[in-house]
Design a protein around this ligand. Structure first.
Ligand SMILES: [Zn+2]
Length: 479
C-alpha cells in the first residue's frame, strides 16, 4: 500500500524491532531470542468485547472513524479530557441518536491531537495498526489526516479487510465475546451455522440481572423471566433461570462467566436469608449494603453453578462506573468515565473461598484495578488456593509499565503458573495483534532480565514465554 499523505512535514512511522526490550545489550539479546519463539504463535483471546455481528455478517467496516474512534473509549476519553466534546466525534448518545458529524471531520479532530497519546498504550496500539494492518509509513498528524482517512477507509471496502479475513490474517485461534444473559446469541449461532472455521465463542456476563443498582435491573429481570420461562421473582426460579442460560451459553461455546462488580464482596447466606434478601431486591426496597450483599451472594451462587457446569469464573472488580454524571445522562455507559477504586480481596472473598476454595474443579480468575493488592493480597491468595488464578494487568494497567509491575509484584508469591497469560479485553478489533504483541514483548523482556541475572536458565525462560503467550490461556479458560 502507498504511503499515507504527501505532507513533507510528516515524520516516518517506524516500529522498531527492539521496542519494549531493555536498552542493556545482554538483556536485549536474550529478549530477542525469547521473542522469536513466541512472536508467531496463534492468538488466544479468552476475554474481550468484540461484536459477534462482525463475524456473523462479515460486512465491511464503514470508515476510519467508525472503526478506530467511535468504539474506543480509551481514545475518546483522552480527547474528551482535552476539551473535545463527544458529540464532535459522533459518539452515539444514550437515547440512540447521535450528532450529525462527518466522520472525516471527526478523524481530523483526532489526527490534530494525536500527540496527546504519546507514550500511552493507545498510541502504541494505533501505530501498530497503522503500520502493520494498513501499511502506513508516516506518523499520523494534522497534515496527513485526510490521506490517512482515505487510505484506511478505502482499504476497509476491500475483501481482505472484512472481519473474517482480518480474523484469519491476525492468526486468531479463538476469541471470546461477552454477552448478557438476555442476549439471544443469534450472531453466535449464525457463525456456528455458517461453516466458517473461525472460532468465536461467548462468555456469560450476568451483571445486568445480578446488580440491583444497575439502572435497567427491573426491566432486565422481567426480560430474564420471559426469555427463560421461569418465575424469576422467586429465589429458586431466579437461580434456575441462571442455570438455564448458562447451559445455553455453553452450548454456543462459552467456557467462562464474567462478573464486573463494584467490589469483591462475597456472601454465603443460609437459604432462607438469601430468599428474604431476594424478596427485598425484587420489590426494589433495599439499601446499598443489601445490594452489595446480594451481589456477593450471587458470586457464591455462580461459583456453585460453575462447579456443576464447568464454566470458569472471572471477577473484574473495583471500578467506579459512569463517574461523570452529566456525561452518563447524555451518553450512557462505557464512555471513558470509569475510574478505579481501592479494592479489598482477603476478607471480601472469604465467604466464597470458605465454601469452594479447595474444590479441585472450581476455577476463579481474579483481576484488579488496584495495584496495591498485587503483592499484599492477590499474589499470596493465588499462590495458595488451588481454585484461584490471576488475570493479567487489566484496563488502565494494560500497558508496558502495568504489565511489568504485575510480574514484579506477583512473581515471588504466585509464580508464573498461577497466572493466565494475556487478555486483550478489547472492542477495538484491529488492535488485538498489537496488544498481544506488547504483552509477549514485555513478558520476554521480563524473563530476559531473570536470565541475565542467572535466576532462570534460558531454556526455562523459553518455556515460560511460550506458556504465557499460548498454553496458559488455553488451559486456564479450558479452550
Ligand atoms: Zn472485559
Amino acid at each position: 500500500m502507498s504511503l499515507a499523505g504527501n505532507s513533507s512535514q510528516s515524520k516516518p512511522l517506524v516500529l522498531d524491532e527492539n521496542r519494549l526490550f531493555a536498552a542493556d545489550p545482554a538483556q536485549r539479546a536474550i529478549a530477542r531470542r525469547l521473542y522469536a519463539q513466541v512472536a508467531q504463535l496463534p492468538i488466544v483471546s479468552p476475554h474481550g468485547h468484540t461484536d459477534p455481528s462482525w463475524f456473523a455478517g462479515n460486512a465491511p467496516f464503514a470508515n476510519a472513524a467508525e472503526l478506530l474512534l467511535v468504539p474506543d473509549h480509551y481514545v475518546f476519553r483522552m480527547l474528551y479530557s482535552q476539551g473535545v466534546p463527544l458529540d464532535a466525534l459522533g459518539i452515539p448518545r444514550r437515547d440512540g441518536t447521535r450528532a450529525e458529524v462527518d466522520p472525516r471531520e471527526a478523524w481530523r479532530l483526532f489526527a490534530e491531537r494525536f500527540h496527546l497519546f504519546r507514550g500511552t498504550p493507545s498510541s502504541m496500539w494505533l501505530n501498530h495498526v497503522f503500520h502493520e494492518v494498513f501499511g502506513l509509513r508516516q506518523r499520523l498528524d494534522a497534515g496527513n489526516a485526510d490521506a490517512y482517512y482515505d487510505t484506511i477507509t478505502e482499504a476497509l471496502q476491500t475483501d481482505t479487510f472484512r472481519p473474517r479475513a482480518l480474523f484469519e490474517r491476525f492468526n486468531i485461534e479463538v476469541i471470546a465475546t461477552t454477552e448478557s444473559p438476555l442476549d439471544p446469541l443469534t450472531h453466535h449461532a449464525a457463525i456456528r451455522d455458517s461453516g466458517w472455521s473461525g472460532r468465536v465463542i461467548t462468555a456469560y456476563r450476568p451483571d445486568p440481572v445480578i446488580d440491583p443498582e444497575h439502572e435497567q435491573f427491573p426491566s432486565a429481570l422481567q426480560r430474564f423471566g420471559e426469555i427463560t420461562g421461569e418465575d424469576v421473582h422467586t429465589w429458586e426460579g431466579y437461580l434456575r433461570a441462571h442455570r438455564q442460560r448458562r447451559a445455553f451459553f455453553a452450548s454456543l461455546g462459552a467456557t467462562s462467566t464474567d462478573h464486573g462488580h463494584p467490589d469483591c464482596t462475597t456472601a454465603d447466606l443460609p437459604v432462607d436469608e438469601a430468599r428474604k434478601l431476594f424478596d427485598k431486591i425484587v420489590r426494589g426496597q433495599f439499601s446499598a449494603a443489601e445490594a452489595a450483599t446480594f451481589r456477593g451472594q450471587m458470586l457464591t451462587e455462580m461459583a456453585a453453578m460453575s462447579l456443576d457446569d464447568g464454566l470458569v469464573m472471572q471477577l473484574h472488580p473495583g471500578c467506579f462506573r459512569n463517574h461523570n454524571q452529566g456525561l452518563f445522562e447524555k451518553f450512557g455507559r462505557d464512555k471513558g468515565a470509569d475510574i478505579p477504586v481501592r479494592t479489598e480481596y482477603v476478607h471480601a472473598l472469604k465467604p466464597l473461598l470458605d465454601r469452594f476454595g479447595n474444590e479441585p474443579d472450581f476455577r476463579l480468575i481474579l483481576f484488579t484495578l488496584d495495584e496495591s493488592t498485587y503483592s499484599r493480597e492477590l499474589g499470596p491468595l493465588a499462590g495458595h488456593y488451588p481454585c484461584l488464578l490471576l488475570g493479567p494487568a487489566w484496563w488502565f494497567h494494560d500497558a508496558p509499565e502495568g504489565m511489568w509491575r504485575f510480574r514484579e509484584q506477583t512473581l515471588s508469591t504466585a509464580g508464573f503458573y498461577n497466572t493466565v497469560g494475556f487478555n486483550d479485553d478489547t472492542r477495538a478489533f484491529l488492535s488485538i495483534p498489537a496488544r498481544h504483541d506488547v504483552a509477549r514483548r514485555i513478558d520476554c523482556a521480563f524473563l530476559a532480565k531473570l536470565v541475565a541475572e542467572h535466576r532462570l536458565d534460558e531454556d526455562e525462560a523459553v518455556e515460560v514465554a511460550v506458556d504465557l503467550a499460548y498454553r496458559l490461556p488455553k488451559q486456564a479458560y479450558k479452550l
